[in-house]
Design a protein around this ligand. Sequence first.
Ligand code: GLU
Length: 420
Amino acid sequence: MNVETMVQHANPFLNAQRQLLTAVDQLGLDRAVYEVLKEPERVVVVSIPVRMDDGSLRTFIGYRSQHTLVTGPAKGGIRFHPDVTLDEVKALSMWMTFKCAVMQLPFGGGKGGVVCNPKAMSRGELERLSRGYVRAIASVLGPELDIPAPDVYTDAQVMGWMMDEYSRIVGKDQPGVITGKPLVLGGSAGRSEATAFGCVVAARETARHQGWELEGATAVIQGYGNAGSISARMLHELGVRIIAVSDSTGTAYDPRGMDPVALLAHKRRTGSVRGFPGSQEIPPEELLTLKCDILIPAALENVITAQNAPKIQARLVVEAANGPTTPEADPILFKRGITVVPDILANAGGVTVSYFEWVQNLNRWYWSEEKVNRRLERAMVQACQRVFRLADHHRVNLREAAYMAALERVAAALKARGWV
Ligand code: GLU
């Protein structure tokens, strides 16, 4: 492998552009569609000075990328992570465009990030950083312009601070500017479980499409945050055995199966999944290649690569994370008969309930959790059916089919607006 391809592997934005180009060509669309969509419409880079608890002042770098507003206001999360880069945020914003389009939500794609290590910051520091970030980008946010949400290492509390800051800036209550808020501030019932619930529905529908059921299956989960831990719990409730999990600090492996709720309590107590009673620690790279029915990458990008794809022994890979599989790994898995449920479908439950939250905020009329979950399940099943139909018809993998479904919609919007 030469240096250039190695760099491409590591750069999610080049991966995203490549996926876009492939889909445009597969659909036989005008290359103008690629020209318009290959770069984000707007990218904002800001510096955020924050008073730290020790009295010192530190400047953090923040990004917001609005990939396109052609299908509606930009929508997508904000991540707080030490390794966030502008290219990563740009890629993630493009994936959000396609995720919203697969789900037929009236949004374009957006994504934000702040380079920081939230684990090493106090609550007060995080609050000042969250508010500072919103002050820096407030002019490009709004319920009809760009609506952020949680992502890696951000949660409902962070969304609450951000909504409050934005509302103070514009001088009126604006719950619809951000989703994933605490319930009391206009958050939606079911939002915190939505990504996981969507993943489990997508896994179940894909298995059924192939003629098998999840009950009795085994699962391996890489990443034990919001999406990973709640997916584990929901799968366990369906009779799936959770045989291995990992987080950024270690792994826990027990072929007899582990109780995901007890595992989460252990992680909360000790700071790691490692050392869970009865489990063994295995090297993180071995976790991905364990024999199992369902492998759920639920952390960051580029974990399934051309190097480990030949050794993966799962039946289904369900991408709870965004961009966990590199474009080189995809065809290897496909040829080996391993089905990948792509991120833009598998983890779309989160943004779908964000859409429900936004609708509830605009109407000031709130739904029961049961109604949210029923509508989410229906939306996921319908999106899966659309993608399966395209995959079967064009004999392509589920990622290519999901891109086709998404791009057809985005291209139609571009045409209807007279942009291409
Ligand atoms: N961060 C989540 C995602 O990647 C949710 C985005 C949203 O709810 O807007 O899909």
